[in-house]
Design a protein around this ligand. Structure first.
Ligand SMILES: Nc1nc2c(c(=O)[nH]1)N[C@H]1C(S)=C(S)[C@@H](COP(=O)(O)O)O[C@H]1N2
Ligand SMILES: [Mo]
Length: 525
């Protein structure tokens, strides 16, 4: 379907037809659209994460220096991912225009640029650990359609007199525009179809098929006085839609229950693999756990609580038979993220590490790790909470290093004893007089013993604490104080059940969690 460069009638460069600048750039951009549309369409069949565009974007995230990733997360908050996609899109359009502009006479240089972009897409998909070889069909389609569309549009352009100076063949400009527009429209339809097909066999419908997960051993009901939501604390259980989310996944991994399995291997007596139904058909347990992120600044939002439903991780590990000398439980997710927890913590019955498949009465939401994740009470998520978990390897600390360890974070991540003021909010204005201060405190898996509050230069006063749910959950507190008209500063500090009072010393989140007392400035009038 394409015209070879050797088919061109003239040999001398000066007399061969030359495509106008803007037309040349347009050809590049339309070929890009065709390439991406084709990739998206094929990805609809072989898995949405096979989309070469998204694979390249993921590759960029995984290989960016930690400082840039952190900067982006801070500055752009949850916009970091859309901004990255937009940036990558703009960059691709620029490359596509360059491909057109360097090929105003012969298609070869542009084909080379398109080819290089295509190869980058193939490499990015190839490097993903969760995708089998069949996924490569998507970026290969992108490469072939990209080069094909470029070559074809180029040859039509060369034959169109008002598009290329010196063209003789006499194709009309209208015909050229129809061809180009047709390719662009086809690309759009292909991309939409890919999206549609992808979602039809994706994980969300698989999740809908799971049905109700009824625990054989339900968590005790949450007592009414476990939170002081009316006084400004969060509700005790965080609704799934409000549960904080932290991960490196640009596209939420789409794992269907029928495609999921968990392999336990390494320093074990016998390697075992569980599929979804084997887990689901066991007697399920339910446990209320407060999860915390190591990136939570003092006073920050990355803490939430849920009723997790699943099985005890130690039961699965014991079936494999953990060998003497294994120190690290090294988990890998379906998208290749990794983390290591102490084997001791995973096996400790008092701690209650879980393989969770449900959250607050529903199957795990996709963004929280459907079909299954690890939950280890008392450890920050980056060393315990593997979502979309695929593999558990028993190993040593020397042999394997989790994702965040080479990016400046500590090997061990026990949760630090901390507290936060939820009300009043910073710089809030309240009527002068009696005010209520309230918030949360946490020290999983030890539990909170005492919370003290200091207003301005007053003494530390013990706050009233909520009823304990279990020591692996947060505890809410409140206190009334007199605040005459003016500006005020309120400070909080917690003491855990081992008698440790959180330090005033401020530390940043790197390498193993922030410290310091949360302080809020407000005024009354
Ligand atoms: N696969 C995968 N699992 C992951 C992560 C990730 O990036 N990828 N992030 C971890 C971190 S840092 C935290 S704090 C918790 C957050 O879990 P949540 O998003 O369900 O709150 O997930 C952990 N599990
Ligand atoms: Mo985290």
């Amino acid at each position: 379907m394409s015209t070879q460069v050797t088919d061109q009638p003239s040999t001398a460069a000066s007399t061969s037809p030359r495509i106008g600048k803007w037309w040349a750039a347009l050809i590049g951009v339309v070929a890009l659209a065709a390439a991406l549309g084709a990739g998206q369409l094929v990805a609809g069949f072989v898995g949405t994460t096979a989309s070469p565009f998204l694979a390249v974007a993921n590759f960029v995230i995984d290989h960016s220096p930690q400082s840039i990733v952190k900067w982006a997360e801070k500055t752009l908050e949850t916009w970091d991912k859309p901004v990255l996609k937009l940036g990558l899109g703009v960059l691709l359009v620029v490359f596509a225009m360059v491909a057109g502009l360097v090929s105003r006479r012969k298609p070869r240089p542009g084909q080379l640029v398109v080819g290089l972009l295509g190869v980058a897409g193939i490499a990015a998909v190839y490097l993903r650990q969760d995708l089998g070889p069949i996924a490569l069909l998507a970026p290969v389609a992108t490469l072939l359609v990209g080069i094909g569309a470029f070559t074809w549009l180029h040859s039509v352009a060369l034959r169109t007199p008002s598009v290329a100076a010196g063209a003789e063949d006499g194709t009309t400009r209208r015909r050229f525009l129809v061809t180009t527009g047709g390719v662009a429209a086809g690309a759009g339809v292909a991309a939409l179809a890919g999206q549609f097909i992808g979602s039809a066999n994706d994980a969300e419908s698989s999740r809908a098929m799971v049905g109700k997960l009824t625990p054989a051993t339900a968590a005790p009901p949450i007592p009414a006085d476990a939170d002081f939501a009316k006084l400004g604390t969060p509700p005790f259980l965080t609704p799934n839609k409000d549960f904080y989310r932290i991960d490196t996944a640009l596209v939420i991994p789409q794992v269907r229950t029928e495609d999921w399995s968990l392999r336990i291997h390494g320093m074990v007596d016998r390697e075992v693999t569980f599929d979804y139904n084997e887990i689901r058909n066991r007697p399920l347990v339910e446990q209320t756990v407060t999860m915390t992120c190591v990136s939570n600044e003092v006073g920050g939002p990355y803490i939430s609580t849920a009723n997790f439903v699943g099985v005890w991780l130690r039961d699965l590990l014991n079936e494999a038979g953990v060998r003497q000398g294994s120190q690290q439980l090294f988990a890998t997710s379906s998208d290749g993220w990794t983390c290591g927890s102490p084997v001791e913590a995973a096996l400790d019955p008092k701690r209650g590490a879980m393989l969770a498949i449900g959250m607050n009465g529903e199957p795990l939401p996709l963004e929280h790790g459907f079909p299954a994740r690890i939950v280890v009470p008392g450890l920050y998520g980056y060393v315990s909470g593997t979502k979309w978990v695929a593999e558990l390897e028993l190993t040593t600390w020397a042999a394997r290093r989790g994702y965040w360890l080479d990016r400046g974070w500590g090997e061990q991540g026990p949760i630090k004893t901390m507290s936060r003021i939820d009300s009043p909010q910073g710089f809030q204005s309240l009527p002068a007089g009696r005010i209520t201060v309230s918030g949360i405190a946490w020290a999983q898996p030890t539990g909170i013993d005492k919370v003290e509050v200091r207003l301005d230069d007053g003494p530390w006063r013990a706050a009233e604490l909520s009823t304990v749910v279990n020591d692996s959950t947060w505890r809410m507190w409140h206190l009334q104080a007199d605040a005459p008209k003016g500006s005020h500063t309120v400070v909080v500090r917690a003491t855990d059940k081992l008698g440790y009072t959180q330090t005033e010393q401020r530390a940043g989140t790197v390498p193993d969690g922030a410290t310091g007392w949360h302080t809020v400035v407000f005024d009354t009038q």
